[in-house]
Design a protein around this ligand. Structure first.
Ligand SMILES: *[C@@H]1O[C@H](CO)[C@@H](O)[C@H](O)[C@H]1NC(C)=O
Ligand SMILES: *[C@@H]1O[C@H](CO)[C@@H](O)[C@H](O)[C@H]1NC(C)=O
Length: 335
């Protein structure tokens, strides 16, 4: 009995000393948690594909006076101010493809409510059964960081969002960074600077209730006022005292299977060709690419629909992680 009490006492005093030590140390630290800063190395991807010039691939959707295109058709800016946002989209639709833009976000001190996007969608063609793959950059209040929200909608499930939200490991307003969407019959992969940050596998036929974007989509880039939800769920709204908000795009890659007319028939031959371009788009991610996704999710994820038990008491069929990574914000909340 005595011995075990003694051990307990020693153990407890170690804990006490230990926590003093931690407190002491932390008073010299910046308050930032120590984390791996350098991103994992990436398999080259964007550098292997030809650029798509704006006038070949895209057209303005609305408010063309809020958009500028460089003479060489390589750079585009889009602007949100009190009068309008703007956007552009591909001239045609695609079934499967690899889509990239290098984007530099508005650097204004206050960008709350401002949403800058790069995404595929077919809501114009299939309003009730639409598919969508999103990069959405959610503006910030001063001192905070931009949040990148990614999402996948499949076959009309507009109530069934599959949002993930990330902080970034760089300042997205300081430089251009490549943001890419790979969409094949096997999987969707989202990349930043060729580093995979998210994979959405096609589980149709393998898991009951699984859905997967399968119909032709346009590719879009837009900037607009999303005050109702963009920043802290709508707590901070756009403030046009800080306008204009200008996002810059370049380095477009539109490498997909073009399908000019809305069609309910089977994907055309090029969809199969795209699928068989295995050298550039292997059907599966490498072990190192899976590790990259884990690195991103463990260090930078602040929200994951697969972890949202209130919203989805039964996780969706595509929540297939064997060991779900813990969203970063939850870890912070526990400390
Ligand atoms: C998509 O949804 C429609 C309407 O709900 C349904 O008829 C169709 O079978 C679905 N297609 C796929 C591929 O899930
Ligand atoms: C917008 O920002 C300005 C400058 O910080 C501030 O004076 C004003 O109250 C803000 N407007 C709103 C509606 O928040």
């Amino acid at each position: 009995m005595m011995a075990s009490h003694g051990n307990l006492f020693i153990f407890a005093s170690f804990l006490f000393i230990d926590s003093l030590f931690v407190l002491h140390l932390s008073s010299f630290s910046s308050g930032e948690k120590c984390k791996l800063q350098s991103p994992p190395s990436a398999t080259p991807l964007t550098g292997l594909l030809p650029c798509t010039f704006y006038n070949k691939g895209f057209a303005n959707i609305w408010a063309s006076d809020h958009q500028t295109i460089s003479d060489d058709q390589y750079h585009v800016t889009i602007k949100l101010d009190a009068s309008s946002g703007t956007g552009f989209k591909t001239k045609t639709t695609y079934v499967y493809g690899f889509f990239n833009a290098a984007i530099k976000l508005p650097a204004n001190e206050y960008t709350a409510g401002v949403i800058t996007t790069f995404y595929t969608s077919n809501a114009e063609i299939y309003p009730d059964t639409h598919d969508e793959i999103d990069f959405e950059f959610l503006g910030r209040i001063p001192g905070e960081e931009y949040i990148l929200q990614t999402n996948v909608y499949a076959n009309g499930s507009t109530n069934t969002g599959r949002e993930q939200r990330l902080r970034l490991w760089f300042d997205p307003t300081a430089d251009f960074h490549d943001y890419s969407i790979l969409w094949t019959s096997q999987h969707i992969v989202l990349y930043i600077d060729d580093i995979p940050i998210r994979e959405f596998p096609n589980l149709v036929g393998q898991k009951v209730g699984a859905v997967y974007p399968g119909k032709q989509m346009y590719l879009y880039a837009t900037i607009w006022d999303g005050s109702d939800w963009a920043t802290d769920g709508g707590k901070y709204r756009a403030n046009f005292t800080y306008a204009p908000f200008v996002a810059s795009y370049s380095n477009f890659i539109v490498n997909g299977c073009a399908l000019p007319q809305p069609s309910s028939t089977q994907p055309p031959v090029c969809a199969a060709e795209f699928k068989s371009n295995k050298a550039i788009f292997p059907p599966q991610l490498s072990a190192q690419q899976h590790q990259s996704i884990q690195w991103v999710q463990q260090n930078y994820m602040t929200y994951d629909y697969c972890q949202d038990k209130n919203r989805y008491p039964n996780p969706l069929p595509d929540c297939t992680y064997t060991t779900p990574p813990k969203p970063h914000s939850d870890i912070e909340d526990e400390l």
